[in-house]
Design a protein. Structure first.
Length: 421
């Protein structure tokens, strides 16, 4: 019986594992390290977050991105984006140095019982633990517009389905979305010779500004401080005080979750897009159908206009929806016990514990409760330390059957001692 199973080996899972190991918990870690970053992003992409806001978390702060870059002879400077490939390699370096050995098998099912949880691996091994930290990233939550669902993958894919865009060279591709994933995907497609357009519901695309200099007059820093989510006091609150964010009224959190840090492109990709990509803002796909050579999209404009276009392929860069019912590795019974927020995401306590005692969640699925920082790597630091503290409290509060609490925490067995002599 393990104290903790960490399911997922991305930035959140690895950070939680590092803190749990340092706390002396008996744990196992499952997942392919940095799988989403290695397998679901095409070459040539860059990390949108600042390098100093993209650290995985260990208790001593030894294994930060800048330390990895210094070791590798790379640059990690403010306002200079890091290649996604370099960030993925940093995560693997972190896993080797700051985390117990990671078991790369996939966990296919988790169920709960009287003593905790049972997790089953892809090859049928069952493991038992008193607590589980679920850090499954974004892939279970892929969101595709209703009009495009059900079409063959040769016609429609999600942006996260691609580690290589080479198959679209010389073709006509339509990218749907107005955020960084859509705009950077479109830029990469155009630069390899793909005929590409971007459709976005917003009437105009939004672009993030070049961040202010790291060194600047004190009064500028006071007026608009740097934060892991960008400059400004509002972003500072979201990124640096997620524990306080959780105390906001539920209606306020719901409004912020729906509107804060909405779709926008990084300043460094703007010129690449505007000079090479056909931009069609204010358009929504109302219907799609296969036609010879591709598919036809019926569009509705914000002004009420109607039009159609034909394309060979659609890439939906339309984000992710963190809904409880998409946590398919949880047994139906366990999943059904989880209390949810109005948007369908699991409701969590102050230490990321769900309504099922001992089941903790991390990452995107916690953003409605703890704020926009949980959609970015930056949120892993607060999550890891807070969650592991919560796991320790849970273990102290619910000793295993056959044990009794002892002063100072922990437990001792009530079974007879072995005979002596």
């Amino acid at each position: 019986m393990y104290d903790l199973l960490v399911v997922g080996a991305g930035p959140y899972g690895l950070s939680i594992a590092s803190h749990a190991a340092a706390a002396g918990l008996n744990l196992r870690v499952f997942g392919r390290p940095m799988a989403s970053w290695r397998d679901h992003m095409p070459g040539g992409m860059f990390l949108k977050s600042e390098p100093w806001a993209s650290n995985l978390s260990d208790p001593d702060g030894r294994w930060k991105l800048d330390a990895y870059c210094a070791e590798q002879g790379l640059t990690a400077r403010h306002a200079q984006p890091i290649p996604v490939e370099a960030f993925a390699s940093y995560g693997l370096w972190f896993a080797r140095n700051a985390v117990p050995e990671v078991d790369e098998r996939t966990i296919t099912r988790i169920s709960s019982g009287a003593d905790g949880f049972t997790a089953v691996t892809e090859d049928g091994q069952a493991l038992h633990a008193r607590a589980v930290a679920l850090a499954v990233g974004v892939m279970p939550f892929i969101e595709v517009p209703p009009a495009l669902r059900g079409l063959h993958p040769s016609l429609v894919t999600h942006s996260s389905h691609h580690s290589d865009l080479g198959q679209f060279q010389g073709k006509d591709v339509t990218v749907i979305g107005g955020g960084q994933a859509a705009l950077e995907t479109a830029a990469l497609l155009a630069e390899q010779g793909t005929r590409v357009r971007v459709l976005a519901r917003a009437e105009r695309l939004r672009w993030n500004d070049v961040p202010p200099a790291w060194e600047r007059p004190w009064w500028q820093s006071v007026r608009s401080p740097h934060s892991g989510l960008g400059p400004g006091w509002r972003n500072w609150f979201y990124s640096e005080r997620p524990g306080l964010y959780r105390r906001l009224p539920e209606a306020t959190r719901a409004r912020i979750a729906a509107t804060a840090l909405g779709p926008a492109g990084a300043w460094w990709v703007r010129d690449r897009v505007e000079r090479a990509v056909d931009l069609l803002p204010g358009q929504e796909v109302t219907a799609a159908a296969a036609v010879p050579g591709g598919l036809r999209l019926d569009l509705s404009g914000r002004n009420g206009s109607r039009r159609s276009l034909e394309t060979e392929h659609v890439i939906a860069a339309t984000g992710f929806k963190a809904h409880r019912d998409r946590l398919g590795l949880l047994s139906a019974e366990l999943r059904g016990t989880l209390a949810v927020l109005p948007d369908g995401s699991p409701a969590l306590g102050h230490s990321f514990e769900s309504s099922q005692p001992g089941l903790f969640l991390a990452g995107l699925v916690t953003a409605s409760g703890f704020g926009p920082a949980m959609r970015f790597v930056h949120g892993a630091t607060f999550t890891a330390s807070t969650l592991v503290q919560g796991v320790r409290r849970r273990l102290r509060a619910t000793p295993m059957r056959g044990t009794v609490p002892v002063p100072g925490g922990g437990s001792r067995s009530t079974a007879p001692s072995p005979a002596r002599g």
